[in-house]
Design a protein around this ligand. Structure first.
Ligand SMILES: O=C(O)c1ccccc1NCC(=O)[C@H](O)[C@H](O)COP(=O)(O)O
Length: 395
């Protein structure tokens, strides 16, 4: 029997590769797309394609390796289902194709096509796809069962929301979640002499209610070792693990490393994942900060029961554009009412540099702010906090 490929697989017959039987010559494939010297092990051989229907899809016959074929078909189906669920919720960030960017083979050559279906469309998608590979490897080294055992010796979880409320009550300004951030994809390295423990201690001294610790290595030069070191150094501020969470395993890992709160990003997680992961967090005693960027995400998240903490990110994670009026836009009267009725705390995130910025988001309705760049870049981050708020918030 033959298989009709889904749109995600139709790159096989993209304009770059219009092919029929025995159609492609090695010379027609750009050299930078080829990795030479690989043996042919194709699941769907380009040379075996037979027909090309008018709708642009293609009928692929099975290869002789029918077992591998069946696995690949299943993978495609799962991938298609995942993509359908996320796109029905307006999520533009796709999951990494289950088999990874597909390989194609021509003669002895193996290559990947650089186009829509098999390469990330923006930095957030790239981060998520990379995270998928990274987590798969980490999980092999520390399976869930071992992590669960490690939790028995993990330090106790601290009350993240309680710390935010107490700080807001004490200072009258939004409580500060100060971010331990060495670098970012949009700004590059923010601080060369980066000592995470020293920075965390300086933030605490400056009056931060909680800390956010970036743990992503590749794009933010953070690490779980940083999180663990800050926790072990006796910093009292509760810690948010700032990660791109795509699997429940990561939550257990963060808890084992000393996190008190977890970030869940609505732009990459469907509602069902947010609900499921929030339940796991609750079971482990962790707070969840659910992050939104636009009205659609805000509506989705407000439709989920039990949400206590919502972050509005002023940075568009696909384009990097920062606009603090996003916080105001998402806290229009209707949302504000729902948030008030359910006693949800809103955190204004990204692009906050001055006391005027803080007043602006406070007026919009936030009770906490999450700040990285403007304070981590100061030679003395303690003074950086006073500069940001226009006053000493440590007293
Ligand atoms: O900061 C980035 O460039 C970035 C790029 C892609 C995804 C996420 C990104 N940042 C994560 C954050 O949300 C910020 O680190 C956090 O809100 C603090 O922002 P800022 O005060 O502007 O450093």
């Amino acid at each position: 029997s033959s298989i009709r490929t889904s749109p995600r697989a139709s790159f096989l017959t993209s304009s770059t590769l219009k092919c029929g039987p025995n159609f492609i010559s090695k010379t027609s494939i750009p050299a930078n797309l080829m990795e030479k010297g690989h043996k042919r092990a194709s699941l769907f051989s380009i040379r075996s394609q037979q027909s090309e229907p008018k709708d642009g899809s293609v009928i692929l016959p099975p290869t002789s390796d029918s077992e591998a074929n069946a696995v690949t078909i299943k993978d495609w189906e799962i991938g298609r289902m995942q993509d359908e669920i996320v796109s029905s919720q307006g999520i533009r960030i796709r999951r990494r194709p289950p088999t990874g960017p597909p390989l194609h083979y021509v003669g002895p050559f193996e290559f990947r096509l650089q186009n829509e279906g098999n390469t990330p469309r923006n930095i957030l998608e790239e981060i998520v796809w990379h995270k998928h590979t990274e987590v798969s490897k980490l999980k092999e080294r520390r399976p869930l069962i071992a992590l669960k055992r490690a939790l028995e010796n993990a330090p106790p979880v601290r009350d993240f929301i309680g710390a935010l409320k107490a700080s807001h009550l004490r200072t009258g300004v939004p409580a500060l979640i100060a971010e331990v951030k060495k670098a970012s994809p949009s700004r590059g390295v923010l601080r060369e002499d980066f000592d995470p423990v020293q920075i965390a201690q300086a933030y605490e001294k400056g009056g931060a209610a909680c800390l956010s610790v970036l743990t992503d290595e590749k794009y933010f030069q953070g690490s779980f070792e940083n999180l663990e070191a800050i926790r072990n150094a006796g910093v009292k501020c509760p810690l948010l693990c700032k990660e791109f969470i795509i699997e429940a395993w990561q939550i257990y890992y963060a808890r084992a490393k000393g996190a008190d709160a977890i970030l869940l990003i609505a732009a990459i997680l469907p509602d069902l994942d947010i609900k499921y992961m929030s339940k796991i967090c609750k079971m482990l005693g962790l707070t969840t900060l659910v992050e939104v960027h636009n009205e659609e995400e805000m509506d989705r998240v407000l439709g989920i029961d039990g949400i206590q903490l919502i972050g509005i990110n002023n940075r568009d994670l696909e384009s990097f554009k920062v606009d603090i009026s996003n916080t105001k836009k998402l806290l229009d009267s209707e949302h504000r009412q729902a948030i008030h009725d359910r006693d949800i705390i809103v955190v204004g995130e990204s692009g906050l540099f001055t006391p005027d910025d803080i007043s602006y988001v406070q007026e919009a309705g936030v009770k906490a702010v999450l700040v990285g760049e403007s304070i981590v870049k100061q030679s003395d981050p303690t003074k950086g906090i006073a500069g940001l708020f226009g006053k000493d918030i440590s007293v």
